[in-house]
Design a protein around this ligand. Structure first.
Ligand code: TRP
Length: 331
């Protein structure tokens, strides 16, 4: 048996992953997988909360999210990938949890609130409102200890912890309270200066973007609006490009800030510098992507064997859950 602590984390397969995912979570996963037993969930059921009217998209999106993770360095030889909807125990556990989670606690969840605004929902679906409960089941069905995520996920981890405490006190202490783990850069602004990089906002750089695309996107990124001429002194604190230097060019942050403040470096040169750093970082990611894209059978095999392994864990924990709740009717 694996004695290491267990990590569970993952993504909704709703499209390509971007640099926000990379610094917020993917990089962390790749670094931690050596020291923790790592499970990566491809949360297709959660993707359905917003994409229920086009489920046929999932087939491709599930593969893409798996490849994005592997390209970013999550090694399928070390970490275990699995598909949420193929673990029925997660759905079962979600149902049991939903008996004691209040509707109000979900309506006040800050991430749910932001998403309602972002999607412009007037009324909300039951499944959407309840997805944090389902996410608690994602995390706890395998007794995960740690959950590396971006900061927008913190309310969900907090709810998971509450659910575990409640379950353990109501029935029997069989579940493990998970801890969130936040990365150094837990939120990346969009190229347009919007507070968050997001698919629906069209302000992102994708892990699958080629070098030229990255260059063009950075060229168009928002900078200090008061710095018009090369000789104008800039303010890095309000510059989007500087925030990217902080995230991806840690070593030169001081120089970049100084060069901006005293007009020693122009915005074009500053952007070109960032572009080079990003492309150097993304080159190995692109190579790994190409490797897996050329081997669809291998990707499928990774997902199938990972899911089968995780299913075994889920069955075992669900047996304990039923026993704790005294609904293990026939022994
Ligand atoms: N909510 C996460 C996101 O939007 C995806 C997710 C689903 C997840 N289940 C999870 C993350 C469990 C961590 C743990 O990216």
């Amino acid at each position: 048996m694996d004695k290491r602590k267990r990590i569970l984390t993952g993504d909704r397969p709703t499209g390509k992953l971007h640099l926000g995912h990379y610094v917020g979570s993917l990089q962390n996963r790749a670094a931690l997988q050596k020291d923790y037993e790592t499970f990566i969930i491809i949360a297709d059921v959660q993707a359905l909360t917003t994409n229920f009217d086009r489920p046929e998209k999932l087939k491709q999106d599930v593969i893409n999210v798996a490849i994005d993770n592997m390209a970013a360095g999550v090694d399928p030889e070390i970490s275990t990938f699995f598909i949420q909807s193929l673990i029925p125990e997660i759905a079962e556990l979600t149902t049991f949890y939903s008996m004691f989670v209040t509707v109000n606690s979900l309506r006040h969840n800050p991430t749910i609130k932001t998403e309602i605004q972002q999607y412009g929902y007037k009324d909300i679906m039951y499944g959407f409102l309840g997805y944090p409960v389902s996410q608690a089941a994602d995390i706890t069905f395998c007794k995960a200890d740690l959950v590396p995520v971006g900061e927008d996920q913190l309310p969900h981890i907090e709810l998971s912890r509450k659910i575990v405490r409640r379950f353990n006190e109501l029935y029997k202490p069989v579940l493990v309270e998970p801890e969130a783990m936040i990365s150094r850069v837990s939120r990346l602004v969009g190229l347009d200066g919007n507070s968050k990089m997001g698919k629906s906002l069209n302000n992102g750089i994708y892990l699958s973007d080629d070098g030229e695309t990255v260059k063009q996107k950075i060229r168009g990124a928002v900078t200090d609006p008061n710095r018009i001429k090369l000789t104008d002194k800039g303010n890095p604190d309000i510059c989007t490009v500087f925030k990217y230097h902080q995230a991806f060019n840690e070593g030169e942050v001081q120089n970049v800030a100084e060069g901006c403040r005293n007009a020693g470096i122009g915005c074009s040169a500053c952007k070109a510098n960032l572009t080079n750093k990003l492309n150097a970082m993304l080159e190995p990611v692109r190579e790994k992507r190409a490797y897996y894209e050329e081997r669809p059978d291998k990707v499928q095999e990774i997902l199938m064997t990972g899911t089968a392994k995780v299913r075994g864990v889920a069955k075992e924990v669900m047996r304990e859950v039923r026993e704790a709740m005294s609904i293990d009717y026939f022994g």
